[in-house]
Design a protein around this ligand. Structure first.
Ligand code: ASP
Length: 280
């Protein structure tokens, strides 16, 4: 059993030490809770549970505390991939909900598994997801000061390997902050979140770069074709250099390899592997 989570990027220049420490503490607590959950649940159930915990923590740019877009609204995107069935589901730019990852979970049993905008919101309401305003005072202040364009990234993600050898990945975001309404993040695409029987990957960083690099799907495909997770990731990150791609990933392979890397400083992450817990 293995579990790894990320809390997106923080920038040294704009993140104070207190916030950095608070994020590390939160990740450490959440990865521990997630790992306990994994002892009695599948990888799929665990990534949903763990990403919902991250969405509920307003330090991160997902669910509560998400960044505000250029028109003053928060739009959430989240996706889920079950490595066992190789099914992907997600929501793109859904408004006024608390846990988009749980809507993605609900969609997993449908034929139409990725919904966006108003349609995603109607689906959520029809299925019992109540109105929730995810805007916090802090994000409102940042928005008003227009300080959040490239700062305080904090998308969240989780990859789990359960004791039956199944993998799953989940990713959730409020986007990059101050974007044009209707801009589509990588987080609810196979570039930002992918898993099969061989590996699972969750990405963070600049969505356009992650999409151009087809990052998560590419790394998983390389592992499927025989690369180690580290070699698959490193080779894919080298390819990002061609356009100075800004990205970070966390991943686990079926062989039990846990790996994380980033193109620029600093992605915050934490992992749990029986007796090992690490964070940055
Ligand atoms: N990848 C997310 C996006 O571009 C942002 C992030 O990871 O911080 O929407």
């Amino acid at each position: 059993m293995k579990l790894i989570i990320h809390g997106g990027f923080f920038s040294e220049s704009s993140t104070n030490q207190e916030t950095k420490k608070a994020k590390q503490n939160a990740l450490s607590e959440i990865v521990t809770q997630g790992y306990d959950y994994l002892k009695t649940h599948s990888a799929l159930e665990t990534v949903i549970y763990t990403v919902a915990l991250l969405e509920n923590n307003d330090l991160f740019n997902a669910g509560i505390g998400s960044q505000i877009q250029s028109d003053g609204k928060v739009r959430l995107s989240a996706s889920l991939m079950d490595g066992k069935t190789e099914k992907f589901s997600g929501v793109i730019n859904v408004e006024d909900v608390k846990n988009p990852i749980e809507i993605a979970q609900h969609l997993l049993t449908y034929d139409d598994r990725v919904l966006s905008g108003d349609g995603a919101q109607s689906f959520a309401r029809e299925n019992g997801f109540e109105y929730f305003n995810p805007i916090t005072n802090q994000r409102q202040l940042e928005y008003e000061a227009k300080l959040n364009q490239q700062n305080n990234k904090g998308t969240v993600g989780c990859v789990a390997l359960d004791d039956e050898g199944n993998l799953a990945a989940a990713t959730s975001t409020g986007g990059k902050g101050f974007e044009i309404p209707s801009r589509v993040s990588d987080s609810a695409t196979v570039a930002g979140n992918y898993a099969n029987k061989f590996a699972g990957i969750s990405c963070t960083g600049v969505g356009e770069d992650i999409t151009s690099g087809a990052l998560a799907a590419k790394i998983v495909t390389r592992v499927t074709d025989g690369f180690t997770l580290k070699d698959a990731s490193d080779k894919s990150f080298l390819e990002l250099k061609a356009f100075d791609g800004f990205a970070g990933i966390i991943g686990i392979s079926a062989a039990g390899e846990i790996y994380h890397c980033d193109s620029h400083p600093h992605m915050v992450w934490a992992s749990f592997d029986v007796n090992l817990q690490v964070f940055k």
